[in-house]
Design a protein around this ligand. Structure first.
Ligand SMILES: C[S@@+](CC[C@H](N)C(=O)[O-])C[C@H]1O[C@@H](n2cnc3c(N)ncnc32)[C@H](O)[C@@H]1O
Length: 283
């Protein structure tokens, strides 16, 4: 089978699940991984014959894609904020909104902190470790800590921190039932914020393949993490310290108001899709 025949086969097999443009993108991603061909080379190599192993690899990938498994989990990696991160079934696949959260955080921290200043950052619910790794890359002198309740997620976060040579203090902790030991200058979090009653609105592929602990609030109260973070701001956020949060789009005002008493400035910001998605503020 040639590359161009494989492309037709790939699209025919997956046309019921993915649109033509998604199929093209997926084909290109796996062509690059398995055959080592970028988009330009794919076009130039359309008549190249596949080896038996290459074809078998593609058949296995098609079978996995048919189950609805996210392509990032099949690849075992994803790109986030211009960097490569390992992902697996134990962590949330990083979302573009979290890149927006980091853009805001990096911009605001830069306004506040001179270059080379030493300050403490805490990420709550770190998952694959994308947030602390990106922040450590931008603020190499910061002391960065990250909490997660999932030991397996922390293993993935450790792998990513080591890959990026980012020194991060990874803490295994049930944040909702533990006390923080330190005072931080920056608290950042993308905690589980989907309410139990919203479960039916979430795509099956997300519920089936991504960890429930990463998605859903453990109680019927979708704001439980934000309430604890607001409380912690009183004694575990330094004077003029800042908080950056990704939030449930349906609970923008409710989330903001949790912080109006503990922070001097609180902002509710929309994401690129126009949904209330971030709350940030300064003590
Ligand atoms: C929405 S995911 C965010 C992951 C990552 N920060 C990101 O933005 O892609 C939430 C994370 O919170 C963690 N988590 C859930 N309950 C927790 C708890 N009680 N204490 C600490 N972490 C928790 C989950 O394991 C998951 O990794």
């Amino acid at each position: 089978m040639t590359v161009s025949e494989l492309k037709q086969f790939f699209q025919k097999e997956l046309s019921a699940i993915y649109s033509e443009s998604e199929n093209n993108e997926l084909f290109s991603i796996f062509c690059s991984q398995i055959l080592g061909l970028d988009k330009f080379q794919q076009r130039r190599s359309s008549e190249r014959n596949l080896t038996h192993d290459e074809l078998e690899n593609f058949k296995n990938i098609i079978a996995e894609l048919k189950t609805g498994k996210p392509f990032q989990q099949i690849l075992g990696e994803t790109e986030f904020y211009g960097l490569k991160f390992s992902v697996d079934e134990n962590v949330l696949i990083p979302r573009p909104e979290t890149e927006e959260l980091l853009e805001i955080a990096i911009r605001e921290i830069r306004k506040l902190k001179p270059n080379n200043s030493v300050f403490k950052i805490l990420d709550i619910g770190t998952g694959s470790g994308i947030i602390p790794v990106v922040l450590k890359k931008h603020f190499p002198d910061a002391i960065v800590s990250a909490i997660d309740y999932s030991e397996k997620a922390l293993e993935t976060a450790k792998k990513n921190a080591v890959f990026h040579h980012a020194e991060i203090n990874l803490i295994h902790q049930d944040y909702l039932n533990a006390n923080l030991n330190e005072v931080y200058d920056i608290i950042i979090s993308n905690p589980p914020y989907i309410g139990i009653e919203e479960e039916t609105e979430i795509a099956d592929s997300v519920k089936e393949f991504e960890p429930k602990m990463a998605l859903f609030s453990p109680t019927s109260n979708a704001l439980i993490f934000y309430e604890k973070i607001a409380e912690d701001c009183k004694s575990h956020l330094s004077e003029k310290g800042m908080v950056f949060l990704e939030i449930n789009q349906k609970l923008g005002e409710e989330t903001r108001s949790l912080f109006s008493d503990v922070l001097s400035q609180v902002h509710l910001v929309k994401d690129l899709s126009g949904n209330d998605r971030f709350v940030f503020g300064k003590k």
